[in-house]
Design a protein around this ligand. Sequence first.
Ligand code: ARG
Length: 268
Amino acid sequence: MNLPRSYLMCPPEHFQIAYSINPWMDPGAPADPELAGKQWLRLRETLVGLGHTVHELPPEPGLPDMVYAANGGFLLDGTAFGARFRHPQRAAEAGAHRRWYEANGWHYAAPTAVAEGEGDLVWTGQWILAGYGFRTDPAGHREVQETFGRPVLSLRLVDPRFYHLDTALAVLSDRDPARIAYYPGAFSGASRQVLRRLFPEALLADPADAAAFGLNLVSDGRHVVLNAEATGMAAKLAAAGYLPVPVELSELKRGGGSVKCCVLELRR
Ligand code: ARG
């Protein structure tokens, strides 16, 4: 059974490829702002249509990556563990997130190490999987464990195209036992072993699935909203008993993100 969820999204009002901080971003190949806006709205409507609630974070000028709301925090048990961004271009997003969490009744915990929210912190329903190697610092993983009193398992990312954990791994069902999907090639050999030991039943993505952002998905345990280009991944999900819900996000992909990057989950 899938329960209604609450999400936070930030409209791409100021979205553009103004700089390059990941291999997908090419300021010479700008995004179409109008199309980006339409695609974002469609994503929002899709989540609402599935029965979920979407809250809006007001976009701020000069922060073109703010549309990737998932990077602004990790929220669980009424506490918002905020963000501290690796790159100065995104630093001011952390304050905008903090103001929203505090205004909306969340207890706020500020990271002292680099931590990029749900980009690198993934709740399985039991544990927190935490990525490092490109953005979030392992010291941030320990702060997350001290904040929530939940086991945090560190996983090393090794492919620069999959610089955030949520580009390489997703939780399909957070009911015990959790079901995840991941692309093994994004992880170090030892981290792959950890994933195999913890999740022997995981759905494995191939390089094409990962490159189409097929793992950057949002699942409510039944419906799986994912990038329409990820047709192979959609087929694998359907074969595993999920209902894939494809959405076009070509413009936001130019910034190095897709469905999951745009959607932060609010877990009271
Ligand atoms: N341009 C953004 C960055 O490089 C994209 C963030 C994508 N977000 C994500 N959760 N993977 O920081």
